[in-house]
Design a protein. Structure first.
Length: 366
């Protein structure tokens, strides 16, 4: 006899990226920052008194919330700290979306959205992005409204394409949507600062916008699982005092996250280095006839076309690189099966990737 709820029994669940066992492997498949976190993080860990673990941690991570609020020019009431960005997604869905209500997003998008919607027994309305340009269709908000969508989830910059939606376009979308708009900014730290992108001001102007931020990518803390949400106090409060776990963030995590976010100069230096390597890889991939979509993230989505003599497929290139200890992300989805997602690594990792790519393409007659 199964005790699962029917909707849970029908789920496939989220599939995480591959985790190579070989410590010498080049891991460019799950979009981690290739550089270590701020030195202050290591100092916090070294100085941590284990005796403090006898006591429960601060329940709402107020020290971190104050630091993040100062960074964004907000008050503490506009923020909630969460166990990674994924916990914020779950909180938003369980707090604001009734079971059976529709959740909207794009196709393609972050695959966890569908999983979390299925847990809540909510149908997912996926609107295809335009072919090649990966832009939203002009009537995207109307399609969401017509489907009765209670919550729209947008990754910005987008995953897996890397495309950035402008602040003005986001404001227009939020104004046209009947429901909530969550802007998932997991990759925002890698946006070119010359673009002047900043969506945080939207939480002052609109009462239906929630912004997700993560320390996993920009602050090199994917192994910590720490994120936060930014929204109007009216949206933050029910999550903070009603639906959040009582002590969702352990004491050491709070101290590490605080040290990381207070060291903006170190983090910003890694973002600059990633952007530089991103630009170099675009040129290198173009020379290999592997064009990359325009990206404002720490990854590139490259197209493996059939111009190579033996028509090397994306899956063949992925498997060939994997056999040489270089891991990229391959998608079996129909719209993505001729593409590979490449995390930006260190210059040395990227050189190894390019060397192995060239070897495979030459062997295959490309």
């Amino acid at each position: 006899m199964s005790y699962e709820r029917p909707n849970i029994a029908a789920m496939h669940g989220y599939i995480s990226g591959e985790q190579p066992v070989d410590p010498e492997a080049i891991k460019l498949n799950t979009n981690e920052n290739p550089y270590p976190p701020a030195p202050e993080v290591a100092k916090v860990i070294a100085a941590f008194n284990a005796d403090a673990l006898r006591l429960y941690p601060p329940p709402t991570a107020d020290d971190f919330r104050d630091a993040a609020a100062m960074l964004h020019g907000l008050s503490r009431d506009h923020l909630i700290a969460t166990r990674g960005g994924d916990e914020l997604l779950r909180l938003v869905i369980t707090t604001f979306v009734a079971p059976g209500a529709a959740i909207g997003t794009t196709d393609p998008t972050y695959s966890l959205y569908k999983t979390l919607a299925e847990v809540q027994d909510c149908p997912v309305i996926s609107i295809p992005l335009r072919t090649e340009s990966w832009q939203l269709p002009s009537d995207f908000p109307e399609q969401m409204n017509d489907a009765g969508v209670a919550l729209t989830l947008l990754v910005n910059p987008h995953a897996p394409t890397g495309l950035l939606i402008s602040h003005s376009h986001l404001k227009e979308l939020a104004n046209r949507l009947d429901g909530l708009l969550l802007i998932d900014e997991a990759y925002v730290d890698f946006v070119d600062p010359n673009l002047g992108y900043d969506a945080v001001s939207l939480v002052h102007e609109l009462d239906n916008v929630i912004i997700l931020r993560s320390l996993s990518k920009g602050y090199s803390l994917a192994g910590l699982r720490f994120g936060y949400g930014i929204a109007s106090p009216e949206l933050i409060r029910p999550m903070l005092v009603k639906t959040k776990d009582s002590y969702n963030l352990d004491l050491l995590s709070q101290k590490i996250a605080l040290a990381a976010i207070n060291n903006q100069s170190h983090a910003a230096e890694t973002w600059t280095r990633v952007r530089s390597e991103r630009n170099r890889l675009v040129r290198e991939f173009t020379a290999l006839n592997l064009p990359a979509a325009v990206s404002e993230t720490n990854f590139l989505l490259i197209s493996v076309s059939d111009i190579h003599h033996n028509q090397t497929s994306a899956e063949q290139l992925y498997r060939g690189l994997k056999s040489q200890g270089v891991f990229l992300r391959y998608f079996s989805d129909e719209r993505l099966r001729d593409k590979l997602r490449v995390t930006i690594g260190t210059p040395e990792e990227n050189d190894r990737l390019l060397h192995e790519m060239k070897s495979i393409l030459v062997q295959d007659g490309g």
